[in-house]
Design a protein around this ligand. Structure first.
Ligand SMILES: CC(=O)N[C@H]1[C@@H](OP(=O)(O)OP(=O)(O)OC[C@H]2O[C@@H](n3ccc(=O)[nH]c3=O)[C@H](O)[C@@H]2O)O[C@H](CO)[C@@H](O)[C@@H]1O
Ligand SMILES: C=C(OP(=O)(O)O)C(=O)O
Length: 433
């Protein structure tokens, strides 16, 4: 198992380019199942999750080739609508094949993803929505077995109210509705930019989706049985961008995060500014649109409180990184996690590095300290791992972050990108687990 070794103390400076968004690329790859044609995705990040999704599409019967940042999904209609546990357990987003398979082929057998380190992560809202569209669903030996109406027929448009906004739930139902008979209205939807991006893709494929990125999405199902293939460049990853922005601020550096869009990061940026970090949108050098976001600091970090919430609230996927920043701020910060019940696994590891954090259920009370100390640490989820790397960048001495495979699910070439900003960071191949 690889590890990341960081020697703390460098002040990050320079430019870093953000890769395509993992959480946009995954549903879009699954959307290729709605078409028999050949699709091309560009600006796809080189991540373990992309390889897992490609393996899943191949298992289902589609040809997938990865050429650097391009993924080509070959034409083909011979699909086996079954997603096995071995693949689904590696990545929860695999459940996103359920909606497209059921809509396109009238049946699907998809392993239940099960819990994961950050929480139980149920899919009841996905299943409830598909049932409202006429699907017959049963759970058998850890699998969701779903069939269209009357033994595999076409789904019907329906009105579905989500009890809580769910990102992959909204995406699954958008894809299912795109080929259902009639009109679907989804209420209390997740409004993340990645949901909006999926709406754009479905429209490119010939679907009629209106309102993606708002609470209410209307979809008119298409009658021809399949959608058209597409060619699309994935939006930049706002969470990767936010991670580099926080790292720049924590090290007291000055970094241009190229590809970051302030409009996708408003809650994070507001909190960073309150914490005394300077954040500014920068025009492209040739005057064409955005050149990225510049982050720097001209004073000490101040403590601020943060509560995670569905978009446009403060993203749970930035909570761990922000907590590291607060552990070095003046005063007390209260960080409440409202999305996942067990998303503070970075806290015990950060405590070993000298952070002063008290956990009370879903609330972390952080007292700022003057410094952190390098240590061997281990994280059991993606963003927690990123937070430990950031802590390592400012800690005295050396930090070894173990079990980097979590990090490799969501950060492309992280050691190279931080290295380019002046960090002393290396990957240790085959380190102790
Ligand atoms: C691949 C992807 O895009 N992953 C993102 C997605 O995960 P994911 O789509 O899995 O998260 P959801 O938005 O579904 O979860 C939000 C909340 O709803 C609950 N819930 C969800 C579905 C359901 O059927 N029943 C239910 O109770 C969950 O337990 C959680 O408390 O959104 C999360 C919240 O922004 C992000 O952290 C993940 O990075
Ligand atoms: C939790 C995350 O991903 P996933 O939903 O794929 O587990 C994440 O992107 O932070």
């Amino acid at each position: 198992m690889d590890a990341i070794r960081v020697r703390g103390g460098a002040t990050l400076r320079g430019k870093v380019r953000i890769s395509g968004a993992k959480n946009a690329a995954l549903p879009i790859l699954c959307a290729t199942l709605l078409s028999d044609g050949a699709s091309r995705l560009r600006n796809v990040p080189a991540l373990r999750d992309i390889h897992t999704t490609s393996a899943l599409l191949r298992f289902l019967g589609r040809g997938v080739e990865i050429h650097g940042p391009e993924v080509h999904v070959a034409a083909g209609s011979n699909v086996r609508p079954e997603a096995p546990y071995e693949l689904v357990k590696q990545m929860r987003a695999s459940v996103l094949v359920l909606g497209p398979l059921l809509a396109r082929f009238g049946r699907a057998k998809v392993s239940l993803p099960g819990g994961c380190a950050i929480g139980a992560r149920p899919i009841d809202q996905h299943l409830k929505g598909l049932e409202a569209m006429g699907a017959n669903i049963r759970l058998e030996r850890g699998y969701v077995i779903a069939e269209g109406p009357n033994g595999g027929g076409r789904l019907r448009g329906a009105e579905v109210y989500f009890d809580l906004p769910t990102v992959t739930g909204t995406e699954n139902l958008m894809m299912a509705a795109a080929l259902a008979k009639g009109r679907t209205t989804l209420l209390n939807c997740a409004k993340e930019p990645e949901v909006e991006e999926l709406g754009r893709i479905l429209n490119k494929m010939g679907a009629e989706v209106d309102g993606a990125g708002t609470d209410v999405i209307h979809i008119v199902g298409q009658d021809q049985g399949e959608l058209a293939p597409f060619d699309h460049a994935i939006i930049p990853d706002r969470i990767e961008a936010g991670t580099y922005m926080v790292a720049a601020a924590v090290t007291g550096g000055d970094v241009l995060v190229e590809g970051a869009e302030l409009s996708d990061l408003e809650a994070l940026v507001a909190k960073m500014r309150q914490a005394n970090v300077k954040v500014e949108s920068v025009a492209a050098e040739d005057g064409s649109g955005s050149g990225g976001v510049r982050v720097w600091r001209d004073g000490p970090l101040k403590s601020v409180d943060v509560t995670t919430a569905p978009h446009p609230g403060f993203p749970t996927d930035m909570q761990a990184q922000f907590l590291v920043m607060m552990s070095l701020a003046r005063g007390e910060s209260v960080i409440s996690e409202t999305i996942f019940e067990n998303r503070f696994m970075h806290v015990p590891e950060l405590t070993r590095m000298g952070a002063n954090v008290a956990l009370r259920g879903n609330v972390a009370v952080v007292q700022g300290v003057d410094r952190l100390y390098g240590a061997s640490v281990m994280a059991t989820d993606l963003r927690a791992s990123a937070s430990l790397v950031i802590a390592g960048l400012v800690a005295d001495g050396e930090t070894e972050v173990r079990r980097v495979y979590h990090l490799d699910r969501g950060y492309e070439r992280i050691e190279e990108k931080f290295g380019g900003l002046g960090a002393q960071i290396t990957r240790v191949k085959g380190a102790e687990g």
